[in-house]
Write a protein that binds this ligand. Structure first.
Ligand code: PEP
Ligand code: MG
Length: 578
């Protein structure tokens, strides 16, 4: 996203405070002792609270209509928090007992509450501190003389917004016509702000850190949301390059629109199922909008990472049910907890390990702490009455792990049946595994006799086959799903499934790569699951492909020596197919 040179990026930098709008930053940390009459201050606080609540509910209502239930929930959640016993009553108490002003009480309690969230060793909870500060800013702006000052929604010129942090309630108000992009110093991938930016389709780099300090008001900026890159005061050559990229991206977006309503079908009429990978209920909304034919991977660990303690069976059932209902009868594959490796759960107190990716992870934890997996399986089964759910076990290394996991599933089913709970019948609910460890790929013929489906997890399959840590940038050059050894494993898995009359999918990153599409079509992959945004690109790639030619191409590719040769051959094929 490039701001036009005529009106250089007029950035609004709120580095002095946690909110995005400079005019609303009132310095939560600088307490000034204002001696005021308590009763009057209590009345002011009460007024600020009811006005803030009304504002938030109205905003939630508008957001529900434009962005959907999940996004609206962030705002109505803030409105609800206004009544939280640990939030509002302590403010009143402070005014009464310490004689401080309403303003000081808000500042103190917000700083204290947000600080408590931040102190928790959990990225999700830390990001919720931003929600609380946002709420504090709203109360403070109600308490200020002008009732709020300049708001982001008042901006009427094209700008790139630069802020210390951008609160969710500010983000939903951004008007795409004027806010071309935004950059924040704080925040992370799981922050609501990131999720909202994605839903709004605004280019954003969230959590840019100290780089934000180099930006001055009026600087020209390039914000590359795809790559997470900001370029301050670009030179002419960089500017020209990005202008070209922007034009190409706009052209591509228009071209891709034509495929939105189309089926996923090759030139010669072979259809495949294009599904989406999600981590939250909210992403199911986006998946449905982008016409995913199902959810090929619901990474349930985010539900666990967002919680302070293990989510109960009821809480899990509600989340799985919400996704099932949102997908309205389309298949939803729920992967059981894949924690460990790079994903921690503070409340589980997992041991520190030298090689976490080779250690206590995913199904290994589930089979060790059986009550944990059993609860999750019960929750999925209970939600199975509300849609077409499937269960998938991660990191299965061979038959004994699969059989133990399957036995727990049978146990959960038997328990619920005995309790008289309505659940999908065994025929309606498929149970499969992720193939992401080479040993499982090598035993795919045996596993295929027992499972209902495979889903190939190339993200891990590549790291384990090539012995390349997927997180280590020093060996990233070796990490390549086009390595012929990986391709042989993929072929083996698909063939094994088909031999037993089962289907094979893929939910690793390779499935969403248009360059891989001819190969995967040629290998006969049945279900392709990817970030919802990639679906339309794969549809376009498929439309130019002939399945017979792709089968032949796949044979040729598997006979090559190196990933570089495979990539080059695919690039040639892509060029010729255009
Ligand atoms: C994979 O390994 O390919 C996969 C989809 O799972 P994750 O990325 O969650 O490990
Ligand atoms: Mg994996």
């Amino acid at each position: 996203m490039i701001s036009s040179p005529a009106d250089h990026a007029a950035s609004v930098d709120a580095a002095a405070g946690p909110a995005s709008d400079a005019a609303r930053v009132t310095g939560l940390t600088s307490l000034q002792h204002e001696q005021t009459h308590s009763e009057a201050e209590l009345a002011l606080l009460q007024q600020a609270r009811s006005r803030s609540e009304a504002e938030l509910l109205a905003l939630a209502e508008r957001t529900r209509a434009t962005l959907g239930e999940e996004q609206a929930g962030i705002l109505s959640g803030q409105a609800k928090f206004l009544a939280d016993p640990a939030f509002y009553p302590p403010m009143e108490k402070k005014i009464r007992e310490e004689g401080v002003s309403a303003r000081e009480a808000v500042q103190a309690i917000v700083t204290h509450t947000a600080g408590r969230f931040e102190a928790l060793n959990n990225p999700y909870m830390q990001e919720r501190a931003a929600d609380i500060r946002d709420l504090g800013q709203r109360l403070l702006s109600q308490l200020s003389e002008d009732g709020g000052g300049v708001r982001l929604s008042d901006i009427r010129e094209e700008v790139i917004l630069v802020a210390h942090d951008l609160a969710p309630s500010d983000t939903v108000q951004l008007d795409k016509r004027y806010i071309l992009a935004f950059v924040t110093r704080a925040g992370g991938k799981t922050s609501h702000t990131s999720l909202l930016a994605r839903s709004l389709g605004i280019a954003a780099v969230v959590g840019a850190g100290e780089a934000v300090g180099d930006i001055a008001d009026g600087d020209q900026l390039i914000v590359d949301g795809d790559e997470g890159v900001i370029i301050v005061q670009p030179d002419e050559a960089t500017l020209a390059e990005y202008r070209q990229r922007q034009t190409a991206a706009e052209y591509e977006a228009r071209e891709l629109e034509a495929y939105l309503g189309q089926p996923a079908i090759s030139r010669d009429g072979v259809t495949v199922e294009l599904a989406a990978n999600i981590g939250t209920v909210q992403e199911a909304e986006a998946a449905a909008e982008l016409q995913a034919e199902g959810i090929g991977l619901y990474r349930t660990e985010f539900l666990f990472m967002e919680a302070k303690q293990l989510p109960s069976e009821e809480e899990q059932t509600a989340a799985y049910r919400a996704v099932a209902e949102r997908m309205a009868g389309k298949p939803v594959i729920i992967r059981t907890l894949d924690i460990g490796g790079d994903k921690a759960l503070p409340y589980l107190q997992l041991p520190r390990e030298d090689n976490p990716f080779l250690g206590y992870r995913a199904i290994r934890i589930g089979l060790d702490r059986k009550e944990l997996l059993l609860t999750q399986l019960r929750a999925i089964l209970r939600a199975s009455a509300y849609g077409q759910l499937k269960i998938m076990f991660p990191m299965i290394s061979g038959l004994s792990e699969w059989r133990q996991a399957r036995a727990l599933y049978e146990q959960a089913r038997a328990e619920l049946e005995a309790e008289g709970v309505a659940i999908a019948s065994p025929d309606e609910l498929e149970v499969g595994i992720m193939v992401e460890i080479p040993s499982a790929a090598l035993q795919a013929d045996r596993l295929a006799r027992e499972v209902d489906f495979f889903s190939i997890g190339t993200n891990d399959l590549v790291q384990y086959t090539l012995a390349v840590d997927r997180m280590n940038e020093h060996v990233a050059y070796l990490y390549d799903y086009f390595h012929p050894a990986v391709l042989q494993l993929i072929r083996r898995v698909i063939d094994a499934a088909h031999h037993e009359g089962k289907w094979a999918g893929m939910c690793g990153g390779m499935a969403g790569d248009p360059l891989a599409a001819p190969l995967l079509l040629g290998l006969g992959l049945d279900e392709w699951s990817m970030d919802a945004g990639a679906i339309v690109r794969i549809k376009r790639a498929l439309a130019s492909l002939d399945s017979g030619a792709c089968r032949q191409l796949a044979d040729e590719l598997l006979a090559l020596d190196t990933p570089q040769e495979v990539r080059a051959a695919l690039a040639r094929h892509q060029f010729e197919a255009q």
